[in-house]
Design a protein. Sequence first.
Length: 101
Amino acid sequence: SDITGPTRRVHFKIARNLDGPTLHPVEPGSVYIKMWQQLMLLPIIWEIWSFPFRLAFGNIETDVNMWGLPVDGVADCMFLCDIAVGFMTIIPASTFPNQPE
């Protein structure tokens, strides 16, 4: 199959809710997404750095652990927000070249 087939336009119809705020899809190449991806490096680096310490120094038998640090809660919230941002990001139709006509 040919990946460089004809290009297609994708039209989105966003439902307008007059009673509350509306959520608009975000383009994957926008400045906001790039800034968000750079911000997401912080919790990723924290998890990579802190995991060996938790594994080595957390003691399950005495119930002394390092799992309850406030930074872990912030990192987990950022990961949950990243899921929401991922749902709001548009996937271009060109990423799926074998769509039926």
